[in-house]
Design a protein around this ligand. Structure first.
Ligand code: ZN
Length: 127
């Protein structure tokens, strides 16, 4: 069948790696491979989301502990040793003058390459 041949070509299944013939835009040898691949992607995305949320929660606990000790600054090195990961914040605002403001939920602070300072809890005034 010349017609069929024209539109089918050899591909490699993204899930099992098996070679198969199919339409150019087909990526899987079977429906079950397609489902397995998609289910794994969904699990991987959920896992990544959970890791980000866990990192934010850990950062928040560490910042919160500083406030409890009435500290307004800390060396990043000290925080990182305690499990803090500077890559995870919930907000970032370019500084008007020099330092950018970062937030982790209701706690905000300024950051240089070696430390954070002016750690404070944002006012929750109900507005
Ligand atoms: Zn397959």
């Amino acid at each position: 069948m010349a017609y069929k041949k024209q539109f089918e070509e050899e591909s490699t299944c993204l899930e099992c790696g098996k070679a198969f013939y199919g339409r150019k835009d087909k990526h899987f040898c079977s429906l079950s491979c397609k489902n397995m691949w998609h289910n794994r992607k969904v699990r991987e995305r959920r896992h990544l989301r959970m890791e980000v949320m866990a990192a934010l929660a850990r950062n928040y606990e560490i910042l919160n502990a500083l406030l409890k000790e009435e500290r307004v600054s800390a060396e990043l090195e000290e925080l990182v040793k305690a499990g803090y990961d500077p890559a995870f914040v919930t907000g970032h605002r370019k500084g008007l003058y020099r330092h950018d403001e970062y937030t982790c939920f209701d706690i905000s602070f300024y950051r240089t390459s070696t430390k954070i300072f002016n750690v404070r809890r944002k006012a929750c005034d109900g507005h």
